[in-house]
Design a binder for this molecule. Sequence first.
Ligand SMILES: Cc1ncc(COP(=O)(O)O)c(C=O)c1O
Length: 397
Amino acid sequence: MNKTSNIARFIPLSVPSLKGNELKYVSECIETEWISSAGKYVERFESLLAGYLGAESCVAVSNGTAALHLALICAGVKNGEEVFAPSITFIAPVNAIKYAGAHPVFVDCDDHLNMSAESLSAFIEKNCVYKNKKLINKKTLRRISAIIPVHIFGNPADMPAIMEIARKYGLKVIEDATESLGSYYITGPYKGMKTGTIGDYGCFSFNGNKIITTGGGGMLTCKKKSDADFARYLSTQAKDDALNYVHDNVGYNYRLTNIQAALGCAQLEKLESYIEIKRKNFKLYQKLLSKLFSKFSGFSLITEPEYSFSNYWFYSLLTDPGVIEKSELITRLKTMGIEARPLWYPNHLQKPYRKEPRCTMKKTMHYFERIVNIPCSVNLTDADIRLVCESIIEKVG
Ligand SMILES: Cc1ncc(COP(=O)(O)O)c(C=O)c1O
């Protein structure tokens, strides 16, 4: 039995809302018996998302991790090379680097929890040499060939600075926009552009906890159509002759199904309203927690960077261990039926990656010790948010 079963209302961290045309579109797939990896919804989802993002091409895939893996292959990342990635992120992009046979180089975060361009450039200046248009890690003697900035919790990373570094050192850029669908830049060289459309590749996830979901699913955006064609080919087991099943490359089974794409089309119709709700709820949290913030200066909510408009997928509460340990707060909220989570365990400390190169992890450890994510589903009511805030204030004491 769930430990919270004696509590009147359980408020989960992030659950989907499927109250639009989901059932209608999925029923159509079942009625017409187009349920697998071909069908009108796959193409429709790809073209609707490309239109929404303003992206050249979109390739629907089985999940965000598959999109990252295909992007790394399309980027030409080779066995034994290195790729810059954040330590603070869900581990998927780091694992995808490993699938490509490469090594992550972990970068510290900034005050929005995103990859720090300052940390990235300090690492390059101190530890790398740029020779014959190749960036080499002086210690490992391996070539560094790409960067994966992640737009953490929906907040856009500092792409102008990251793109400048990428151009200077000939690095490919794969944006992990799995959490930031709909977020965009409001100032600077990418003003008006959405996350996932700035680098060479953009990767999206439609996992159940994301701002829109297909149950499980992903999308890859490519700047070049030839890359999108190659990714699509690799995602369908690299069939060079579809009749005789001739394969000139090692392929993958990474395609999205028509049923998942049908869900995606229905969810996409709701995306703008979901973003509006997420932003409105963030403001309400900010207002209701302001008492706490003025009492304890170490507490605040992580806000969108000033240069951007965030989809506010997740709400990150910065806490103060001098007042309460984050684990203590999470446990206390659980007794009230409120689900909260710490930040992911830093990737440079994860067992498979402890020996990989890294920058100095000052901010990563600071935020890891302090962040608590609080409920953010689009179906939260104002009363839910009030209850969460009152509980936080009461539990912090
Ligand atoms: C930052 C980040 N990258 C990649 C992924 C992987 O996406 P998926 O679970 O669809 O493989 C996720 C989420 O699940 C994520 O949060």
